[in-house]
Design a protein around this ligand. Structure first.
Ligand code: GDP
Ligand code: MG
Length: 214
């Protein structure tokens, strides 16, 4: 299945956003497909891993055809490896989802947390206006701590509006979320870690964008 075998690529995805918006819950929903009301034991969980199959943007069917023995011998090991990679319609992507361990509460996300990130998900809670207004803060934080910034040019960034299952408590509309994301030049997806809606879609979208930028 999709979760077995040796990954072709490992990508590092970070979760950011105010305390309580559901970052740990999103990670658990995505990696283990479960949800817990109280997450007492989350301190100490640095990251979770999940493998997924992502369409190979560089797929080239002719790379899968056998070469003549002389052509095959003329390839360097790197060329041979590249050919194998190009012959795969799907890439096995090992997705490492990194969660903050509560340091977001004190706004002390360090440069080390950002190191090597391929993608960053900035999360807010659609029932919490402050968490939405703080998206600006988190995006600015990404810019200060990564060389290439948030929007384009390397680190893929996405805004997630979480807790859509709480429709009656909602204070941030989908349109507001979309408008902010558009302004920031990033994608916007609404999720519920509780009922699971859009969680896989969000991470798969992110991984697809990362892979297509490589
Ligand atoms: P974090 O501080 O950003 O890691 O947030 P948590 O994942 O610890 O979640 C904070 C609280 O919100 C917990 O009580 C979760 O059970 C709850 N929560 C997280 N996601 C959702 C969601 O999608 N819907 C609902 N109703 N509650 C959620
Ligand atoms: Mg947490």
């Amino acid at each position: 299945g999709a979760t077995e075998g040796i990954p072709d690529i490992t990508i590092r995805i970070l979760l950011l956003g105010d305390s309580g918006v559901g970052k740990t819950s999103l990670m658990m929903r995505y990696s283990d497909d479960r949800f817990a009301y109280s997450l007492i034991a989350t301190a100490g969980v640095d990251f979770k891993v999940k493998n997924m199959d992502i369409p190979n943007p560089a797929y080239n069917a002719s790379s899968a055809l056998p070469l003549s023995p002389s052509a095959s011998l003329s390839l360097s090991p790197e060329e041979r490896e590249m050919r194998i990679l190009l012959s795969k319609p799907f890439l096995k992507v090992r997705c490492q989802i990194w969660d903050t361990a509560g340091q977001e509460k004190f706004h002390v996300i360090t440069r080390a947390y950002y190191r090597g990130a391929h993608a960053i998900v900035t999360c807010f809670d659609v029932t919490d206006g402050d968490s939405f207004r703080n998206i600006d803060y988190w995006l600015a934080n990404i810019h200060t701590h990564t060389e290439r910034g948030g929007g384009g040019g390397g680190v893929q960034t996405m805004i997630i509006g979480n807790k859509t299952d709480l429709q009656e408590k909602r204070v941030v509309s989908k349109e507001q979320g979309q408008a902010l994301a558009k302004e920031c030049g990033v994608k916007y997806i609404e999720t519920s870690a509780k009922d699971g809606s859009n969680v896989n879609i969000a991470f798969e979208q992110l991984a697809t964008d990362v892979v297509s930028q490589m």
